[in-house]
Every structure is written in structure tokens, then in C-alpha cells.
Design a protein around this ligand. Structure first.
Ligand code: MF3
Ligand code: CO
Ligand code: CO
Length: 263
């Protein structure tokens, strides 16, 4: 296991990357409405990232991914592909996942849920999933093991009757989009992967939580991951920096209240 520790100079670049990714989610939020296509949302984000931020949408052509953002609707767990024919409708719940690569070469990766109109089940799932993310972020500080983050996520999800997706995980991030370590969201670590956090590490936490069973499958497009039982799935993601005393959320948005973090 070779987990990179960011230098002071790299941390400045990671802060900028995180801020940019958060700004994309803020920019797109008012556009997420019934009737708009996910292809249109993809174009808006792509153009903003390239023209306003001077950066690159990291998903585009990443291992052949065809678009600039991921749009995952209802039973889609992650890696949904934006599509001009796919229009949002009332009652849909959707995750938009943004990864920006700055001109400096550093990545910021973040996602949030959107409820189109109203969905009682979707709103509860989205809220509990965000709580899973926040509870795990609150654990982050030097010396804490990755398995501790997984434990609080799994406990909160299962206490609310949901399941935690096992087939996808969070990840180290920096000059490389996905680097070590893998950040599992359920209690399933190989002991050697259960590293202790150190100041200067950057990684994502991005729990995917299902109303039904945890199992997923990938569709014939080789990207779109869905729940096997077609139950609703939600996800939230932040990019984090481990500080001397705790955590800095690099992708925080203005709308968020992170006052639960004591450091
Ligand atoms: N942003 C996703 C993550 O959180 C990865 C998307 S890879 C893509 O790690 F190719 F699907 F875009
Ligand atoms: Co990620
Ligand atoms: Co992401």
C-alpha cells in the first residue's frame, strides 16, 4: 500500500481542484428541473468546466467513459451516462457526480443528490445517505483507521433499513483520479488495507446506499451500474484532506452546514 502524502504545494492545488468541483455542482443546481435532459446537464457542466474554470472534466474518455459528468437516476447506483433522450421527470431522484482536473493537474471529485419535484422515499434515502457521509467525515483525523469510516456508514444505513453498496468504493485522489487507498463503505476490509489516516492524505468518501439489496450489476453499456433488485439508490461524495487535528472538506458547497465538524 503506497498512500501519497500531499506536500504543502500540492495541498494548495487540491484546495483549488475541490473548490472548482463544488462550484460546478452549485452552477448546475438551478438547471436540474423536470423536462431537462441529462445530456443538456452534461453540456452545461462541460462548458462551465472548460470555459469558466479553465479545467478539464476528468470523466470524459476516462477508461472510455463517453461524457463529462455522471448522472445516476433512481435505481442507477453510479456511472450513469448523460443522454439527450433521457429527460428528468417529477419523482425522479438523481445523483450528479463531478470530477474536475485543474490546469495544475489535480483532481476534485464530488457528488450530490437532486429530488425532481417530490419523492418521499427518495428524500428519506437521500437524507440518510448524506448523514452517512457526514458521520464518516466527522471521524476523519490522524490515527483513525479506514475501517472506522466504513463502520459508521454501515451502522447508520442498516439502522435505517438500507443496505450499503459493496461493488464500488471511495479512493485516494490527487494528481491521479483514483489512487490508493480504496475507501470501503462497509465492514469488509482485508486487514492489510485497513490503514491509519495521516496528515496530508487526500481521499474521497462516497457512500452508495440502497433501499433494497446491496447487490449491483453493470448494464450492457459497460458503465451504468444499477441495483439488481431495481430498488432506489442514492450517493453523496466529498474530497477530503486529513489535517493535523481532523479534516478539511475540499469540495464543500455554500449550501452546506458543516458546523458538526469540531475542527
Ligand atoms: N466520479 C466517480 C468517482 O467518484 C468516477 C467516475 S469515473 C467515470 O470516483 F468514468 F465514470 F466517469
Ligand atoms: Co470518487
Ligand atoms: Co465522483
Amino acid at each position: 500500500m503506497n498512500v501519497s502524502i500531499k506536500t504543502a504545494d500540492e495541498i494548495v492545488k487540491m484546495r483549488e481542484a475541490g473548490k472548482q468541483a463544488a462550484r460546478v455542482l452549485e452552477m448546475i443546481t438551478p438547471h436540474v428541473q423536470a423536462g431537462v435532459s441529462t445530456g443538456e446537464l452534461d453540456r452545461l457542466c462541460h462548458d462551465f468546466i472548460v470555459n469558466e474554470l479553465g479545467s478539464v472534466p476528468a470523466p470524459l474518455n476516462y477508461h472510455g467513459f463517453p461524457k463529462s459528468i455522471c448522472t445516476s437516476i433512481n435505481h442507477v447506483v453510479c456511472h450513469g451516462i448523460p443522454d439527450d433522450a433521457k429527460k428528468l421527470k417529477k419523482g425522479d431522484v438523481m445523483n450528479i457526480d463531478i470530477t474536475v482536473k485543474t490546469a495544475d493537474g489535480y483532481h476534485g471529485d464530488t457528488s450530490k443528490m437532486f429530488i425532481i419535484g417530490e419523492s418521499i422515499q427518495g428524500e428519506r434515502l437521500a437524507r440518510i445517505t448524506q448523514e452517512c457521509l457526514y458521520k464518516s467525515i466527522a471521524e476523519v483525523k490522524p490515527g483513525v483507521r479506514l475501517s472506522q469510516l466504513a463502520r459508521v456508514i454501515q451502522q447508520h444505513a442498516e439502522a435505517n433499513g438500507y443496505s450499503v453498496v459493496r461493488d464500488f468504493c471511495g479512493h485516494g485522489i490527487g494528481a491521479v483520479f483514483h489512487e490508493e487507498p480504496q475507501v470501503l463503505h462497509y465492514d469488509g476490509y482485508a486487514p492489510e488495507a485497513d490503514i491509519a489516516l495521516e496528515e496530508g492524505m487526500c481521499f474521497t468518501i462516497e457512500p452508495m446506499i440502497n433501499v433494497g439489496d446491496h447487490r449491483t450489476k453493470v448494464l450492457r453499456d459497460n458503465w451504468t451500474a444499477v441495483t439488481k433488485d431495481k430498488s432506489l439508490s442514492a450517493q453523496w461524495e466529498h474530497t477530503l484532506l486529513v489535517t493535523a487535528t481532523g479534516v478539511e472538506v475540499l469540495t464543500v458547497r455554500d449550501e452546506e452546514d458543516l458546523s458538526f465538524l469540531s475542527n
